[in-house]
Every structure is written in structure tokens, then in C-alpha cells.
Design a protein around this ligand. Structure first.
Ligand SMILES: Cc1cc2nc3c(=O)[nH]c(=O)nc-3n(C[C@H](O)[C@H](O)[C@H](O)COP(=O)(O)OP(=O)(O)OC[C@H]3O[C@@H](n4cnc5c(N)ncnc54)[C@H](O)[C@@H]3O)c2cc1C
Length: 424
């Protein structure tokens, strides 16, 4: 991560050539958009266009998408790992042992990296995709302190990344933590590619994973008309299109506001009987005052149709049970998420019924520590049932699900890491 690691913004201009509604093109666009990399997407309009621009057979050629880098190099159907390598961001851990390992580079993990590294802890931050987490998918965060005009999630994350790098945190992107072990006084994290991270203390800041609709065809159509989250990277592609957004929370409202200027029409589909239940007042006011946005209440998407890309959806009106099919080429799903904490289950860390990590006072029931807690002292406020392993942000049981609180918890977790290391 040569330039990224040094804390300067990458100047790289990457060109992606691909069919407009293909999962592979989408994954690359999403990664670059979240990473705040200047890129251009060249949508190939036809087989002839693909032949002329790239010399491939047709739009379904397995060599697509093609990524072109500033030095003229082209990589056919690249993985994200190949892109990070080409941009010089790919690094391996430089140390055999760290003071602090943080998993997840959303607001909580980035904040922990800034505070950990600036406090002098040897800090590594591991992120399975791009920095920014859910916030990185937000086109405009308007309620984060200090940005009265709002700030895009990608920019906020990029600033935090630079700050963490400035203080010496090591950031490994596109590297997923998959398993953990806790021999006495250490945490050992194993990444998907076999890399091993050893640290004296760890913070889990892995947030939540978008909740799926749970419909047949969903995986196949992902990125080919179906998207999770606010669709920041897709806005330029929905010009004069009819867009459907599922969900009635703030992320759905933000998606509507972000896409409304380009789209011809937006239909929000939600199960609730009013927008009031999950949306901030400022978003409700904007949605109601936009003539381009319609809201279908007490309605659900019950089926997705399309071979290579999404073509139609089935909508069910829950008041009448009536189902109808509607043409739909763009569907953004913003229905919240769930934590992915299987690693914690494997090592016996206490989780709640939904999989969120239980910490601090919530671990004490009827005055008793959990059976597996080995120490005389109580767990610190953000400490899990594994001493020296902390949780911060949305992954934590009882967390507030806001950027500011995730950032606050990241900072607080580092203060508690210091307390743990002093006592260990
Ligand atoms: C579209 C949208 C708009 C939003 N708008 C606002 C807003 O305006 N204001 C507001 O306050 N909040 C907003 N939120 C909520 C806010 O973004 C979240 O509360 C916040 O991002 C939580 O931060 P986090 O760091 O706890 O988790 P996340 O942001 O979920 O970050 C977790 C990170 O961990 C990574 N990760 C997961 N598993 C692993 C693993 N095994 N190994 C390595 N890395 C892993 C993920 O890839 C991710 O990058 C919005 C959310 C969304 C989706």
C-alpha cells in the first residue's frame, strides 16, 4: 500500500471496462468507490463495442471486466487482491507481534486504529473489503459532528485512514479474518489467505453484514440489478431509470436522496405502515417533498426475475395479499444487517441470540460472571467474555448503530486496552 500507507491520497486513475449490469464489474466499482480511488467505468454497450474497445468476443466473454491502470497495463477479470497489488497497497504484516490487532475498518475500527497508533501501541488493522464499512457506502452523512454540510462516507473513511497511517497503524485491506485462537495472554487471528496476526490485545469492530431478502435468485442477481446498501457507486448508471429501494430506515432514505437526481422515478418499498418508524425527520421531509419519489407502504418484494440481470420483481401488498409483477432493472436493498461472529462462537465468546458480542456489565447476570470468565475482576466495559478481546461499534450487543457512537466506542476500547495491558 505504498502511497495509501504513507497517508497520501492515491492519484491512480483506474478504468474499468465491462457490461453495465454485471456482478464482476459492480464488485470492482464498489471497492474503488469505497476506497476513494478516482476511477472511470466504461460501460460496454454491445458485443460490437466490446470487440472494438477490447478485442474480446462478446459482452459475456469471461475475460470481462478489464481493468486498465495509469501505466497502460490491463488486467482481465481481476480480483480485488490483484488490484490492491497493482496499486501498491497490498502489504503483509511487518511485525511478528503487535500490541493491538483490530478487525474491521469501519468507523469503530478506524477510530481504534487512530487512537491506538497515536498512543504508541503497535497497531494493525485488518479489513476484509475496503475501509469505511457501512459508512463507506453512505453517499452523504449529515449528522456526523463537525460536518454541517455533510460528508460522504468514502471521504470520511479516507480521512480516517490517512490519520491512522500518519500515526503508524498498519492497514491490511481485502484481507478477511476467519478464525481466532487465544493462548494465554495473546490473540492469534488467522486471515483467509493463511496470514497469522499475533497481538497482546484485540478489538473486534466487524460491524454488521447487509441483511438479504432471502429470495431465490438473489445471489445470482447481486450486482446485476440488485444491490445492498445505498448504491453510491451506481448513481451515475441510473440516469432516467426507474429505481426501487427496499427498506424504510435511514440508509434507505439516504439511498433515495442520493439516487433521486439521476433517476427518472424512485419507488420505496417498505413493510411498515408509515415512514416515521425508522427515518430521521430531515429525510422524511425531503422524501415527501420530492415529486419523483413514491412510497409503497405495507408492501414486500416477494420474487426476483431475470436470467443474467434483474428484469422484474413481484410486489405483494400485505393489506390485501395481492401480488403483481413490475418491470425493475435497479433494486437497492437497505433492510439493516446482522453481525458475522462465527469466530466468536467457535472460541466460546458470549453472544446474544442474534450473534452480537456481549460486553462488560451485560456479561454479569445475577451478579455472576460467565462460566468461562477466568479472572477475579469484572470484564471492562467493552471487553468480551475473553479477557483482552474488546468489541466496538455495531457488532456489540446494545450498540447504538450510528457513526458517532462507533467512533466513540473505538476510542474508548483503546483506553480499555491500555488498562488491560497494564494489568496483564
Ligand atoms: C447506507 C448507510 C447510511 C448510513 N448513514 C448514517 C448516517 O447518516 N449517520 C450515522 O450516524 N450512521 C449512519 N449509518 C450507520 C453507520 O454507518 C454505522 O452505524 C457504522 O458504520 C458502524 O460502524 P462499525 O465500524 O461498527 O461497523 P461497520 O461500518 O459495519 O464496519 C465493519 C467493517 O468490518 C469489516 N469486516 C467484517 N467482517 C470482517 C472480518 N472477518 N475480517 C475483517 N474485516 C471484517 C467490514 O467489511 C466493515 O468494513 C449508515 C449506514 C448505512 C448502511
Amino acid at each position: 500500500m505504498a502511497e495509501k500507507q504513507a497517508g497520501t491520497k492515491a492519484p491512480a486513475l483506474v478504468k474499468i471496462y465491462g457490461p453495465p449490469r454485471s456482478s464482476d464489474s459492480y464488485a470492482l466499482r464498489d471497492f474503488l468507490q469505497r476506497s476513494d480511488v478516482d476511477f472511470e467505468f466504461v460501460a460496454l454497450a454491445s458485443d460490437e463495442d466490446a470487440r472494438r474497445k477490447l478485442g474480446v468476443e462478446h459482452l459475456r466473454d469471461s475475460r470481462l471486466p478489464v481493468c486498465e491502470f495509469p501505466d497502460g497495463t490491463r488486467i482481465e477479470c481481476p480480483t480485488v487482491r490483484q488490484i490492491t497489488e497493482k496499486l501498491g497497497w497490498f502489504i503483509n504484516p511487518s511485525r511478528s507481534e503487535y500490541d493491538l490487532a483490530i478487525y474491521g475498518a469501519g468507523p469503530a475500527g478506524l477510530s481504534a486504529a487512530v487512537y491506538g497508533a497515536s498512543d504508541g501501541l503497535r497497531t494493525v488493522l485488518v479489513e476484509r473489503w475496503a475501509v469505511g464499512g457501512q459508512a463507506g457506502s453512505s453517499s452523504l452523512i449529515e449528522n456526523y459532528l463537525g460536518f454541517p454540510a455533510g460528508i460522504s462516507g468514502a471521504e470520511l473513511a479516507e480521512r480516517a485512514r490517512q490519520q491512522a497511517c500518519k500515526f503508524g497503524a498498519e492497514i491490511l485491506v481485502a484481507r478477511k479474518g476467519v478464525r481466532a485462537e487465544f493462548p494465554a495472554g495473546k490473540g492469534v487471528g488467522y486471515l483467509e489467505d493463511g496470514t497469522k496476526i499475533i497481538a497482546r490485545a484485540s478489538i473486534c469492530a466487524t460491524g454488521i453484514e447487509y441483511r438479504r431478502l432471502g429470495l431465490p435468485n438473489e445471489q445470482r442477481l447481486l450486482g446485476a440489478g440488485l444491490y445492498y446498501g445505498a448504491g453510491t457507486s451506481e448513481a451515475p448508471l441510473v440516469i432516467d431509470e426507474h429505481v426501487y429501494i427496499v427498506g424504510g430506515g435511514n440508509s434507505a432514505g439516504q439511498a433515495a436522496m442520493h439516487l433521486v437526481s439521476a433517476a427518472k422515478r424512485i419507488t420505496m418499498v417498505l413493510r411498515e405502515d408509515s415512514l416515521q418508524a425508522g427515518l430521521s425527520k430531515y429525510l422524511i421531509d425531503r422524501i415527501h417533498s420530492s415529486p419523483k419519489i413514491e412510497v409503497l407502504l405495507q408492501t414486500e418484494v416477494t420474487a426476483l426475475h431475470g436470467e443474467r440481470a434483474l428484469e422484474e420483481i413481484t410486489l405483494r401488498d400485505n393489506r390485501t395479499g395481492h401480488e403483481r409483477r413490475a418491470p425493475c432493472r435497479w433494486l437497492f436493498v437497505c433492510i439493516g444487517g446482522l453481525p458475522q461472529t462465527e469466530w466468536a462462537k467457535e472460541v466460546g465468546a458470549v453472544r446474544d441470540e442474534a450473534g452480537y458480542l456481549v460486553t462488560g456489565p451485560d456479561l454479569i447476570v445475577d451478579g455472576q460472571h460467565p462460566d468461562t470468565w477466568p479472572l477475579d475482576r469484572d470484564p471492562y466495559y467493552l471487553e468480551t467474555s475473553l479477557p483482552g478481546v474488546f468489541a466496538a461499534g455495531d457488532v456489540r450487543h446494545g450498540s447504538v448503530k450510528r457513526c458517532a457512537s462507533a467512533v466513540g466506542e473505538g476510542a474508548m476500547a483503546v483506553a480499555l486496552v491500555h488498562r488491560y495491558l497494564r494489568s496483564a
